[in-house]
Design a protein around this ligand. Structure first.
Ligand SMILES: Nc1ncnc2c1ncn2[C@@H]1O[C@H](COP(=O)(O)OP(=O)(O)OP(=O)(O)O)[C@@H](O)[C@H]1O
Length: 670
């Protein structure tokens, strides 16, 4: 039995009246931060508890508060009051939802980059705060991700940092460690550290840090590295923005912006006022429309907000949203099709021998009366192009032993179920239909009448009326309809292509993971699910493909298959790592190279073998490890990040001969 984790003690922090302690938000270098309420009002605040040990510290704090009292700007965290306690200052501040660093970390954990529109939106807010401070002759002095807080409405704000710098004056100290964060120091500051009473920080220094932060957000990595101050100094002085732009493919207006921000000569560096006047950020963002503003601000999609945003463009909201997702996924599919048909790399259409597909009722959560389905004559006809072209529509059929004498059922398909109880059909395969002409997608931004939800006119696909689904998806053409969506509003399902549809529709900080599962529970047999990654939006999207113990509750928004909130689950993530959260430990293990667009991923689950194994194949290649002793009853599913991704489920098969585990392959025990 693994040792039980110790129950976490809950510490109540004593806060001055009339405030009431609610919870601890975090710990900084100079004190802790807590969420507090102020009864009888419903308002919540952040309270920084700053202990002081000497008169000098006390005076320094008081001096800083006096300056902060005058600062009122939507892009600077609001200062409410400071209360003096026993050797402690309690500083009451506007409560924010999280820090920019949290957002960056969320993306990095996924191996993804932050959405570019979001990056520029945040940077515009930060610039607003800097312009305000600089225009008052003040500097910020410690600009970095953890010091940028995100308000409840998604607005970025400069945090009030207490220590060597407070964002309200020049920093004069004999201890460089107190002066902001060395990694964000402008090159000119390093020349000063030899002096005993150094002055670090200037408005030009803020702009250097601004450029560095922008670069970090766009490229999802830190460019100034080093453990010691000597190493950091070497890294800053050797920093070459032209080379970085070349390496990262940063061109045009963006490159110009970086060269103006990250130029080593502070007198040539663009000032905050010049930058905001030049409208460079705006030109990179592109012309704003009410809708783009709406998306960019990542506001919660309430129907009212959406309609307000739509009124100006006089479009029907659902149609626009639908149109947008449709066009994106169609364009993605088209371009992939082109690439695939020219490179001939797509897998051949699975050919089902000895079995004649029949059709079973398909319902979603038992809600749907199944439309009558007739087998299409195309379903079994060979692909005239030899399987190299992606057919335009696919269906999952479930095969039953056919009464037709000419059809010999597969021996596995009819073999008695050793465990007796299961009524499931023995084999389930997705068949691909003949190519049909690709619907032409007009790239024109012109407003079209509402695009009807695509209901394939051919008899094969089953139309699933998703219930209780907020826009944009009310109906989806989906065949393996027994997909049980955790929250279907996050996905569009179109001919087995699953696309995350809610990109950019949530306030920042909203958990980004959403899951969907095959409704079947698998308790025996050999099961394989194969999918193709159609779009990772240049590496931005992320997905976890795997299984969990069928006794698990359905994961909630924010839970990630294989992640720390879904016990007894395992997944292969698009980073290529096998993530496992089991009864004894949690781990991530390198299994495959990072997945890319076009990759075919197959999960093979063998519940019949003695050790119940699980293997992932990418483009038919085995990974570095496999899993054994997986639960005896599992649910198969996906967790998709909030970032854009789409993938196509190509095949679900049962009861075939599993691939043997290669000799010497690393075993990961459940
Ligand atoms: N106004 C606020 N609203 C919500 N959370 C806050 C607020 N201010 C700070 N926090 C959170 O409290 C934690 C501690 O913040 P604090 O500013 O004290 O330190 P820090 O910025 O993390 O580190 P350092 O002290 O090195 O600057 C962080 O997680 C921060 O995001």
């Amino acid at each position: 039995m693994p040792p039980k984790p110790k129950a976490q003690k809950r510490f109540e922090v004593k806060v001055p009246d009339p405030y009431k302690f609610l919870r601890t938000l975090g710990q900084g270098r100079f004190g802790s931060v807590h969420e507090v309420s102020k009864p009888p009002s419903d308002e919540h605040f952040a309270m920084k508890v700053l202990p002081f040990t000497c008169e000098a510290d006390f005076k320094k704090n008081e001096h800083e508060f006096s300056k902060l009292r005058d600062i009122k700007h939507r892009n600077v965290v609001g200062f409410v009051e400071a209360i003096e306690g026993d050797n402690t200052h309690f500083v009451v501040l506007e409560l924010c939802s999280h820090s920019l660093h949290d957002e960056m970390k969320e993306c990095r954990d996924l191996g993804a980059k932050m959405d570019v529109v979001r990056v520029y939106r945040v940077m515009k807010d930060i610039l607003g705060g800097l312009v305000y401070l600089h225009s008052r002759g003040q500097i910020y002095g410690d600009l970095k991700g953890p010091n940028v807080l995100i308000g409840k409405d998604g607005t970025a704000k400069l945090g009030c940092d207490f220590g060597g710098v407070v964002g309200v004056g020049t920093m004069k100290t004999s201890n460089p460690a107190e002066c902001g964060t060395m990694q964000y120091w402008a090159p000119e500051f390093f020349k000063l550290t030899m002096q005993s009473d150094i002055q670090i920080g200037s408005s030009a220094g803020d702009m250097w840090a601004f450029g560095l932060l922008l670069l970090e957000l766009l490229t999802s990595r830190s460019w100034i590295v080093g453990e010691s101050s000597v190493e950091i100094e070497r890294s800053v002085l050797g920093f070459d923005i032209d080379r970085i732009c070349e390496r990262e493919g940063i061109v045009g207006e963006e490159q110009t912006l970086f060269s103006l921000l990250l130029c080593k000569n502070p007198s040539q560096r663009i000032s905050s006022a010049e930058l905001i006047r030049s409208n460079r950020l705006q030109s990179i963002l592109g012309p704003e429309t009410p809708l783009s503003r709406f998306y960019a601000e990542n506001l919660t999609t309430t129907r009212q907000q959406l309609q307000e945003a739509m009124q100006a463009t006089a479009k029907e909201p659902e149609a626009l949203l639908r149109e947008q997702t449709l066009q994106t996924s169609k364009l993605q599919i088209q371009s992939l099709e082109k690439a695939h048909s020219s490179s001939n790399t797509l897998p051949a259409v699975p050919k089902v021998e000895n079995q004649r597909p029949t059709f079973v009722d398909i319902t979603q959560d038992g809600l749907l009366p199944t439309p009558s389905i007739k087998p299409s004559p195309q379903a079994d006809s060979p692909n005239p192009k030899g399987g190299s072209q992606r057919p335009k529509s696919m269906t999952i059929h479930q095969n039953k032993p056919s009464p037709t004498p000419s059809v010999t059922p597969s021996p596995q398909a009819d073999s008695p179920n050793p465990k007796g109880g299961s009524q499931r059909p023995k084999s389930m395969t997705i068949h691909q239909n003949k190519p049909s002409p690709t619907p032409s997608v007009k790239p024109s931004p012109k407003v079209e009448p509402p695009i009807p939800i695509p209901v394939n006119p051919k008899p094969n696909p089953v139309v699933v009326h998703l219930r209780n689904v907020p826009n944009p998806v009310q109906t989806a053409t989906f065949t393996q309809a027994s997909f049980n969506f955790t929250d279907p509003s996050h996905f569009r399902v179109d001919n087995n292509v699953i696309t995350r549809t809610d990109v950019g529709r949530y306030p920042s900080g909203t958990p980004m993971f959403s899951s969907l599962f095959l409704a079947d529970t698998f308790s025996d047999g050999v099961i394989s699910v194969e999918l193709t990654i159609l779009s990772l939006k240049n590496g931005l999207g992320g997905m976890d493909f795997g299984l969990m113990d069928s006794n698990n509750p359905t994961p909630k928004l924010g839970d990630q298959l294989g992640g720390d909130r879904v016990n007894n689950s395992v997944s292969l993530s698009t980073s290529g790592s096998l993530n496992y959260n089991g009864p004894t430990f949690q781990s991530g293990r390198e299994c495959h190279p990072r997945l890319k667009e076009g990759d075919r991923v197959r999960m093979e689950v063998d519940l019949n073998s003695k050790h119940r194994t699980l293997q992932f194949f990418v483009n038919d290649n085995s990974g570095q490890c496999y899993m054994s002793e997986i639960p005896s009853s599992v649910k198969i599913g996906f967790t998709v990040s909030k970032l854009e991704i789409s993938f196509r489920i190509d095949k679900i098969s049962r009861d075939f001969q599993p691939k043997p585990i290669p000799q010497g392959m690393k075993e990961v025990k459940w």
